[in-house]
Design a protein around this ligand. Structure first.
Ligand SMILES: Cc1cc2nc3c(=O)[nH]c(=O)nc-3n(C[C@H](O)[C@H](O)[C@H](O)COP(=O)(O)OP(=O)(O)OC[C@H]3O[C@@H](n4cnc5c(N)ncnc54)[C@H](O)[C@@H]3O)c2cc1C
Length: 372
């Protein structure tokens, strides 16, 4: 039986391992003691079909049915919950709003524009003196990332796969047409290596002798705070600046916000900088009547991109048996079901699943050759 090592226990590695474990022997290696410690545990948990380039949007659309109706036993709780998104613009950004609407609507017909009064009616803390209007995506959703990630992990085990935590991969060497995967305590002989190590994908590639994919991890900050007294934010949409300068959304009893920072850096256990939190506060306050007195919790995570901001899902052209699932940027959670199925199709059958091909998700669009 084919043996596959998947490196990385975030949403990318677990979704690929889940699909692969249906057909082959899979071992997933995670360096941390738990699988969602890095980017996957730090996201804003939004499902939108309007964010990202057309390939990213098609991957999200192709993931929707799995997220809405996962296989029986996958999870006890629904993965998606209603949460509209409203892209907003100030009077200085009206041209951005006009430019964005046709592109959004071309792929998602339910998307529609709203005037300033309706935007404020949907989110009453928006400041009517500065808001010019918005674009509403009514079918966006909150994602229960924990339920999704746990469902993939449980499914891997139920299908006979293994997840080994606290097992960082320290070496990769080709041997007899396959690979030897080294950790601090063991050597594992496999036929295929899947590099799904998030911000560390190029570091794993380098261990295998690859020239890499030009991955750039970028820090993004998020923080939570109490909503204004008397506000009932649960029914509000997620508010996204049309030029991606900030967002905020209900998060339990709090609001969650981000300054949409993108600071390039080496992969590591990233922490937030107070200056980015302050920037987020000032950007949110500039379009609302709300004053943020104190922050409940702040954090940062890495969003890793290749040059064209599309994910990478394909064989390394120069390293037989080495497969990349990388570059999930700011869309790795919402695209994970389709990304996992795409990887399994390519690895097990030499082609993407027919429905993904029909959606324009080809080996050329997602593969490594476009980056070399
Ligand atoms: C603030 C923020 C908001 C976001 N909001 C959204 C959103 O609303 N919607 C959305 O879809 N996406 C969002 N994202 C993006 C999403 O979180 C990422 O795209 C996704 O989590 C990436 O998953 P991953 O598995 O590639 O990376 P990770 O979750 O980082 O997983 C990679 C894993 O590889 C492991 N690893 C690394 N090196 C080794 C090694 N040598 N051996 C073994 N294991 C190793 C790491 O420990 C890590 O657990 C957001 C991200 C951030 C930071």
């Amino acid at each position: 039986m084919t043996r596959i090592a998947v490196i990385g226990g975030g949403i990318a590695g677990t979704s690929a391992a889940y699909e692969l474990a249906a057909g082959v022997e899979v071992t997933l290696f995670e360096q941390e003691s738990t699988c969602g410690y890095h980017s996957t545990g730090r996201s804003a948990a939004l499902f939108t079909e309007c964010y990202g380039d057309p390939i990213v949007r098609r991957l999200a659309m192709a993931s929707r049915s799995f997220l809405e109706q996962p296989p029986p036993g996958f999870t006890d709780d629904p993965i998606l919950r209603p949460r509209a998104v409203m892209f907003i613009a100030t009077t200085a950004q009206e041209s951005s709003l006009a430019e964005a609407l046709p592109g959004y609507r071309a792929m998602v017909p339910a998307v529609h524009g709203v005037d300033a009064a309706e935007a404020v009616a949907r989110c009453p803390i928006l400041d009517p003196a500065v808001i010019a209007g918005g674009i509403v995506e009514p079918e966006a959703r909150d994602i229960d990332v924990h339920a999704l990630h746990l469902g993939f992990q449980r499914g891997i085990r139920e299908r006979g796969g293994r997840i080994v935590t606290s097992s960082g991969v320290t070496g990769l060497s080709p041997e007899g047409g396959g690979w030897v995967v080294e950790t601090a305590t063991a050597r594992h002989r496999v036929d295929v290596v899947v590099d799904a190590a998030g911000a560390w994908c190029d570091a794993i590639g380098a261990m295998a002798g690859s020239t890499g994919i030009g991955l750039v991890p970028k820090r993004r900050t998020a923080f939570t705070f109490a909503p204004p007294t008397g506000a009932a934010p649960d029914g509000w949409p997620m508010i996204l600046d049309v030029d991606e300068q900030f967002y905020f959304r209900p998060e339990g009893v709090h609001l969650l916000a981000s300054p949409c920072d993108e600071t390039p850096m080496e992969p590591h256990d990233v922490r937030h900088e107070e200056i980015d939190v302050a920037l987020g506060i000032s950007r949110v306050e500039a379009v609302t009547t709300m004053r943020i007195r104190s922050v409940a919790h702040a954090w940062a995570g890495l969003r890793s991109f290749v040059a064209d901001h599309r994910p990478v899902n394909g064989w390394d052209p120069d390293l037989p048996g080495f497969y990349w699932v990388a570059g999930q940027g700011g869309f790795g959670i919402k695209t994970s079901p389709a990304m996992g199925r795409f990887a399994a199709g390519m690895i097990l059958h030499g082609a993407p699943p027919p429905d993904l091909s029909a959606a324009g998700l080809s080996a050329e669009a997602l593969g490594v050759a476009r980056l070399r």
